[in-house]
Design a protein around this ligand. Structure first.
Ligand SMILES: *[C@@H]1O[C@H](CO)[C@@H](O)[C@H](O)[C@H]1NC(C)=O
Ligand SMILES: *[C@@H]1O[C@H](CO)[C@@H](O)[C@H](O)[C@H]1NC(C)=O
Ligand SMILES: *[C@@H]1O[C@H](CO)[C@@H](O)[C@H](O)[C@H]1NC(C)=O
Ligand SMILES: *[C@@H]1O[C@H](CO)[C@@H](O)[C@H](O)[C@H]1NC(C)=O
Length: 499
């Protein structure tokens, strides 16, 4: 056999190999591509994929994801996993109300299909994002074995890690992009627990090797003591309780506001609760709507000076939710080890449900054509989509997150801890205090940060790339209230630039 013949033959083999590889990687996620989106009738600005990854074959435990490819440079831009909290809330919360590719305009008729417009502040402008419904039982994720719906922090983190490994096998072209994990609220627990699993996996040589760089937590649940003590100073600083009450509660409780040691302390805390009870917990500037009272509140709002009328204003063309059906816990009851009730579970108790408005998400995600277009399980398997589910029984079993943050930052992973400073659900006072308590040297002294030439909040940078950041005037779900500012800090953090 002549040399040239041999080399032609090997060249053929080489091309056949390339071809097969392309075919395999193509076909691996080809079936997940989203070709059209009901409610949106223009061309998508980037590719979207959606589907399931099975994390446990025996149990038939399947996690649903919606993947938005970057509208910038997909081959270089970071890949970010986004997690909403709860426990029990779907990450479509982030997709629909916060930083997804679309702004949703409600239909004229109740339950009608919303109209979708492009969101100029979508986080997909600068990154690819995986919106994951986690744990199984939440959103469109499910298990064929219902024992899986009893779960907790540790199992959730290990499932999500399994998800990531399989997901990157399906999408190997994104394996070399910088990878970040982000989330808010109860994801203040999901994010660091998962990040540690990922870091341990990398150390142990688990394949595929994730190019993990860092993480972000917004208004995140972190630590019983810090979170529990955050409310009273917040309420005082914001002018929601009097100086007298603040002094009394301090004297009676000795700075321990989360676990009253005496009846007098408990009774002072009760007075604090009464004072703030009617305030919107997710953004103290927003009115709390109560059905028919809406008109009245709107009218009194309009009598305010014009500077006050624009206080909670956002650049979103459609109003933010009137109130979020998200995760809070009764005031003064920080998430402790043990069972964490989901919102629907809390509501069966005597505490009245908050005035909710998840109409747009419900009407879109429970629409038959939408479900088909975004590849959800059939209705016989996942009957309806709920923003927050009561299907799961969730145990907090990973304790305080502070040790996780210490571990991760000392290994060189970058961390951004951000807070909408008008959120009373997980107030910034707690996040500011625990980040400081870690004791790292301050490398960027407390200063304002700017967006659109305006002060958008404040930041303090610590050694080991731990950054604390506030977003002025934002509530619990920061990008929902401050979309432009949120895209600005997000972009800068991902790029490793000062914020
Ligand atoms: C998009 O929908 C609107 C309203 O249904 C319709 O008038 C318009 O022609 C549609 N555009 C395209 C490109 O299909
Ligand atoms: C569900 O999982 C549990 C725990 O692994 C197992 O004992 C049980 O047999 C499973 N049930 C079904 C119907 O497979
Ligand atoms: C971080 O945690 C890992 C695994 O739990 C442990 O092996 C390692 O020593 C810890 N590193 C630091 C710096 O705390
Ligand atoms: C912080 O992150 C930047 C960008 O990734 C890196 O260059 C730098 O070395 C890190 N600094 C520390 C103290 O880890």
């Amino acid at each position: 056999m002549s040399k040239s013949c041999f080399s032609t033959f090997s060249l053929c083999l080489f091309f056949l190999h390339i071809f097969l590889c392309l075919l395999l990687t193509q076909s691996a996620h080809e079936s997940a591509i989203v070709t059209q989106i009901p409610g949106f009738n223009a061309t998508l600005p980037s590719k979207h994929y959606a589907g399931y990854v099975t994390v446990d074959e025996n149990h038939g435990r399947n996690l649903y994801y919606y993947f938005v490819v970057s509208e910038g440079k997909p081959s270089e831009d970071p890949v970010v996993l986004w997690l909403n909290g709860g426990p029990g809330c779907s990450s479509f919360d982030g997709f629909i109300y916060e930083h997804g590719p679309f702004n949703f305009e409600a239909a004229n008729t109740k339950g009608g299909l919303p109209t979708l417009h492009l969101n100029p502040y979508s986080w997909s402008k600068v990154s690819s994002i995986i919106y994951l419904d986690s744990p199984a039982g939440v959103g469109f994720s499910y298990s064929q074995n219902e024992t899986d719906y009893t779960t907790g922090d540790i199992k959730t983190a290990s499932d999500t890690h399994a998800f990531l490994l399989k997901w990157f096998e399906l999408y190997p072209e994104f394996l070399s992009n910088p990878f970040f994990i982000a989330g808010e609220s109860y994801a203040g627990v999901y994010v660091p627990t998962l990040a540690l699993e990922v870091a341990k996996g990398i150390d142990a040589g688990v394949k595929p090797k994730l190019n993990f760089k860092g993480y972000m937590v917004g208004n995140g649940v972190t630590d019983e003591q810090f979170d529990g003590n955050a409310l009273v100073p917040f309420a005082h600083g914001m002018g929601l309780i009097s100086d007298d009450l603040y002094e009394e509660v301090n004297n009676e409780c000795n700075g321990n506001f989360y676990n009253p040691a005496s009846d007098t302390c408990a009774s002072k805390l009760e007075t604090v609760d009464q004072d703030i009870d009617a305030v919107n917990i997710y953004n103290i500037l927003e009115p709390c709507y109560h059905g028919t009272e809406t008109e009245k509140i709107t009218a009194s709002y309009i009598r305010l000076p014009s500077s006050f009328q624009t206080l909670g204003e956002t650049e979103r063309p459609f109003p933010v939710r009137k109130r979020i059906f998200g995760r809070a816990w009764p005031l003064r009851a920080p998430v402790r080890d043990g069972i964490v009730p989901t919102w629907p579970q809390l509501m069966t108790g005597h505490r009245a449900p908050p005035c909710t408005d998840d109409e747009i998400a419900n009407s879109w995600l429970n629409n038959e054509a939408v479900r088909e277009a975004i590849h959800t399980a059939k209705k016989s398997v996942v009957s309806s989509w709920d923003l927050c589910t009561d299907k799961i029984s969730y145990h907090r079993d990973a304790g305080s997150m502070i040790k996780f943050h210490k571990n991760l930052t000392s290994r060189g992973y970058r961390a951004l801890i951000f807070s909408g400073d008008h959120d009373m659900c997980v107030p910034f006072t707690g996040s500011q205090a625990w980040t400081r308590s870690i004791g790292y040297k301050i490398v960027d002294q407390w200063r304002p940060w700017l967006s659109n030439d305006q002060v958008a909040g404040y930041t303090q940078g610590y050694d080991k790339n731990l950054t604390f950041l506030t977003i002025k005037g934002a509530g619990h779900t920061v990008p929902e209230y401050k979309p432009r500012e949120a895209l600005d800090f997000y972009k800068r953090f991902l790029a490793g630039l000062p914020i």
